[in-house]
Design a protein around this ligand. Structure first.
Ligand SMILES: [Zn+2]
Length: 132
């Protein structure tokens, strides 16, 4: 199972969106044990709040890592700096960055695909082969 999850605090009325292929309890442990959580992390405020919680928004049975990243990016793009309603409560989404944005760029060949840098070269090479 893979998940898009929300880390949230009812006190702060803030939420943070992420994705994982770990079960959520384990994912939360990683968040809690992340030493950066005391300062710079986007979700630090939520993690430092006494009531923080993690819950799944979507779960997927069969989905590739790439598809999951894509969905997560779209979801965050839509809700960052905006409000998301979850369990009849409204949370301000604190995510600052679209994840993986730097990993992927729009291919220049006109195929309209967003590809990971290292696959673009291969993809362009294949295009050239097909043309011949
Ligand atoms: Zn292309």
């Amino acid at each position: 199972m893979k998940y898009i999850y929300i880390l949230y605090s009812d006190i702060l009325k803030e939420g943070y969106i992420g994705s994982t292929s770990l079960n959520l309890k384990r994912r939360l442990c990683f968040h809690k044990n992340d030493n950066r959580r005391h300062y710079g992390l986007t979700c630090s405020n939520i993690l430092n709040s006494s009531d923080f919680c993690i819950d799944k928004i979507f779960s997927f049975d069969e989905i590739t890592r790439t598809e999951l990243e894509k969905l997560e990016s779209q979801f965050i793009k839509q809700y960052k700096n905006s409000f998301f309603m979850f369990n009849n409560k409204i949370y301000k989404i604190v995510n600052k960055h679209i994840p993986y944005a730097s990993k992927r760029t729009l291919c220049t060949c006109g195929c309209n695909q967003e590809l990971v840098h290292r696959t673009i070269r291969k993809h362009l090479k294949n295009n050239n082969k097909n043309k011949k």
